[in-house]
Design a protein around this ligand. Sequence first.
Ligand code: ARG
Length: 393
Amino acid sequence: MKKVVLAYSGGLDTSCIVKWLRDKGYQVVCFVADLGQGLGRGEDFKAIEKRALAAGATKVYIKDLQDEFIEDFILPALKANAIYEGKYLLATALGRPLIAKHLVHLAHKEKADGIAHGCTGKGNDQVRLEVTAGILDPKLEVLAPVREWEFKSREEEIEYAMLHNIPIDVTKKKPYSIDRNIWGISIEAGVLEDLEQEPPEDAYLITKSPTHMASYPKYLEIYFEKGVPKKIDGKSYKLKSLITHLNEVGGLCGVGRVDMVENRLVGIKSREIYEAPAGTILYIAHKELESLVLDRELAHFKEIVSLKYSELIYYGLWYSPLKQALDGFVEETQKHVTGSIKVKLSKGACVVVGRKSPYSLYKKELSTYGKEDKFDQRLSEGFIKIWGMPYKR
Ligand code: ARG
């Protein structure tokens, strides 16, 4: 009997997949990755395990990957200022290579023939999982039942689940497709497919509506060391609790909502909304600190790198040679990214209002218009002549 390791979420799709693969003659080992999808509220992993076993899994692995996710995926992305098409902080996209890596490891440990996932054939995630698995072990078989099975609707899947006594929660009507982890939430489908409509308030899970919010702002001072966030308001945090804290505070202030139409890898444009309070605050603060400590040429070049870096994440090329090479560049840029950024959170906005760094390249005696001015304005005349020389006819 062939054996596969399935990336299992506990939802309807992957639960039906367990049974479906069993019927096709596979032994199914389920792998549940904890990337912080409970978002501080905790996920009921015991119930998920029970459901997997009830659906026919022979074994269930549940792994807390949050620290690895933060250290090896979120941090490099933060240092690179990775943001896809100027809006999406890539929470879902960053999680996939990590899940794929562990799927491959487990497949080896379990001496399985392949891996399986519940992604649809229209999305980016199938690409990210399969490309990553293919890089890590090209010999493993990959099964994507949703791309080929007979079910045409959610209702048919529910019927199948009921028929086979798979304990799924059908009472909860699911109007959206949601993916969540500690770096953010991705929400699509349902009414969101109507591009002209504002997303209904109930689509958002962790951010309060900025509209009905008290107008008093919340100030935070975030301290970074070599590009890594370390403290909030002078208090040291481990990264996981720092992100969790910023998700809470930012969420209460309505920070981190995004409504966008994005270009998928498979050529489709799709509308998705995102919530990433911590990611948004950290991205803004980190970028601001860089503008203080990086010289102009490095800062400008880094923007080009950011753009490419975010594409590589989105395209599922985390383990590609280019991504690895860019990591070397990004890490080098972070050696002076130390200092504090003060942000003001209010009614959905996160605005930088103060900054300081021991490596600041800002020289007040040069930029001031006051009497302490040390800039020798006479030098500019010659500079301008030479700078503009090539363009004079
Ligand atoms: N569009 C995002 C991406 O490709 C998120 C995909 C998953 N979204 C979801 N709602 N299930 O990274």
